[in-house]
Design a binder for this molecule. Structure first.
Ligand code: C2E
Ligand code: MG
Ligand code: MG
Length: 512
């Protein structure tokens, strides 16, 4: 075999330059150690070898030959390659993972710098993935992630890099772009392809995603800044209603800073009991009597103006602070209802808003029981208002919670009816007592006759299913008269009373 080797450089080494490197290293150091190369075997297959060699000299100190060993390290090497691949790739989707993102990103930045081009860093987060994962099971969730990662990979250019950061988060590097339109074009195409339904286990899933984009060099010159700003832009996309992409803007940082400050202040507010409840009476339309009240939270930071729930409930929900706040509302409202009952001898039900995260707490039923026990309030005097959007999550656990609450004897009310998915089928399947028609339907009747018909139909529908129907946001005599004429049961709104501070509410009740 050795005889057949008359040109080591080209016949043996896969990379011909390896021979020169070998000779050079021996010439300078007198030896090579663990010199790794790929070589051709006689059958032309390729293996990895490691050479250890030194130069042997004659008595006149002239080099005469190399002496050493050659070791087959093919298995070892392939194993190492495999381990490296495993460490740098996501095992579920096969995509590069976060450990090489920084390297790739830095390379792309260097390239963009050298060729005076732009680089887009896109943060991708699937919408509602957690919901699918929790309700359909992790194996469906996994298959979905694999399909989505393939969809993304198949719909970017060869030179783009797709990385799975973890969970349902991906990063796409789009190098060598020259203007914003190039980027928008790529992203619009991606959104389109992702919106085509996927079939997994005979179920169709439409996966949408929210994407945030930062662009080198305008939005950052290093990997950390570009990633952070793309992430901020993704956040903006989520808030813009999902299934869209947003570009980073410097103002975005101000918004996020405000949000961060608000969150910080809210934590402080929770620790220092800065919340109070206002109460808005509800009226029986036929008799005109007060027939209950809704507890509405207000936040009163020290020496500041009152803050309304629309400013902070969403952040409380996203940060999980709602769990503590909601429990406080429940306890406080129950105590108030009990106190008025003792004072007036009348049973005046109190309605409490329950947010989705609060409702999904594993011990929510127990928290409700505790609030009733601690206050001594009769269960029938507590109404829980949940919104339609909780309803779409119709997992067995959710329905079970509804039934457990019914078993305790509390009333369930569907708030903001008509603004959510309005899938009417759940109305008959779920144990609800009452519909609260959202005020957008009430205010719309003066504009258009068709809206009157819709409102009339909702009242009719609710009542024919045996539900009580409440109209909220009633502001005018006209609305009042119309609701009376279609037989709506209860009303709530500025026309009768605004939400009142506790002592004003007490005075109103005592005067009745
Ligand atoms: P919601 O449960 O639909 O409450 C009704 C909202 O409409 C209240 O706003 C009330 O002040 C307002 N409103 C009542 N009558 C009228 C009217 O005639 N015209 C107009 N324009 N508005 C009227 P508020 O108090 O700002 O509460 C807003 C939302 O915040 C509530 O909507 C509810 O979803 C949420 N929220 C309030 N308190 C709590 C709470 O304790 N926990 C949770 N999770 N959410 C709460
Ligand atoms: Mg409500
Ligand atoms: Mg409402």
């Amino acid at each position: 075999m050795i005889q057949a080797l008359n040109n080591i450089q080209h016949q043996l080494y896969v990379l011909p330059t390896r021979r020169d490197e070998f000779v050079k290293e021996i010439a300078t150091k007198g030896k090579v150690q663990n010199f790794q190369s790929q070589i051709y075997r006689k059958d032309k297959s390729i293996i990895w070898i490691s050479e250890n060699a030194r130069l042997v000299y004659d008595k006149d100190n002239q080099p005469i030959y190399y002496e050493g060993t050659v070791e087959d390290i093919n298995d070892l090497k392939n194993h190492a390659v495999e381990i490296e691949h495993q460490a740098t790739h996501d095992h579920l989707t096969g995509l590069p993972n976060r450990y090489i993102l920084n390297d790739r990103l830095q390379q792309s930045i260097n390239f963009a710098h050298r060729y005076q081009s732009m680089l887009a860093v896109v943060f991708v987060d699937l919408d509602q993935f957690k919901l699918i994962n929790d309700s359909m099971g992790h194996s469906v969730g996994d298959q979905l992630l694999v399909s989505v990662s393939q969809l993304i990979s198949n719909n970017v250019r060869e030179i783009d890099t797709v990385v799975r950061l973890g969970g349902d988060e991906f990063v796409i590097l789009i190098p060598n772009v020259h203007n914003q339109e190039d980027i928008e074009h790529s992203l619009a195409r991606l959104l389109h392809h992702l919106s085509i339904p996927l079939t997994i286990n005979n179920f169709n899933f439409t996966v949408t995603c929210s994407m945030g984009v930062s662009v080198y060099p305008n939005d950052g010159k290093d990997p950390d800044t570009l990633l952070k700003n793309a992430d901020s832009a993704m956040f903006k996309a989520k808030h813009a209603g999902r299934n869209n992409y947003q570009f980073f803007t410097p103002e975005l940082n101000d918004i996020l800073t405000d949000r961060f400050n608000l969150e910080y202040k809210l934590r402080h507010g929770v620790e220092h009991d800065e919340f109070i409840l206002h109460y808005q009476p509800k009226y029986n339309l036929m008799t005109g009597d007060i027939c209950g009240a809704e507890a509405l939270i207000r936040w009163q930071p020290q020496d500041e103006a009152l803050i309304y729930p629309l400013t902070f409930i969403q952040i409380a929900e996203e940060t999980g602070l709602i769990v503590k706040i909601g429990q406080w509302v429940l306890e406080t409202a129950c105590r108030k209802a009990k106190q008025l009952h003792t004072l007036t001898g009348r049973n005046l039900p109190i309605a409490v808003n329950v947010s989705p995260k609060q409702f999904r707490q594993s011990n929510f039923v127990q928290i409700v029981k505790d609030a009733l026990t601690h206050s001594g309030l009769a269960p029938a005097s507590l109404e829980l208002e949940i919104t339609e959007n909780i309803m779409i999550d119709d997992t067995p656990k959710f329905i079970e919670t509804l039934h457990q609450l019914k078993l305790i004897g509390v009333k369930l009310s569907l708030d903001d009816f008509g603004t959510g998915y309005s899938s009417l089928s759940y109305l008959k399947d779920f144990p609800i007592d009452q519909l609260k028609i959202d005020r957008t339907f009430i205010s719309a009747i003066e504009e258009d006759n068709a809206n009157m018909s819709i409102l009339k139909a909702i009242v009719f529908l609710g009542q024919s299913l045996g539900l009580g129907v409440v109209a909220e946001g009633v502001e005018t005599q006209f609305q009042h008269d119309f609701l009376l004429s279609v037989g709506c049961d209860e009303v709530q709104g500025y026309f009768f009373s605004k939400p009142l501070a506790e002592h004003h509410f007490d005075a109103l009740i005592l005067q009745h």
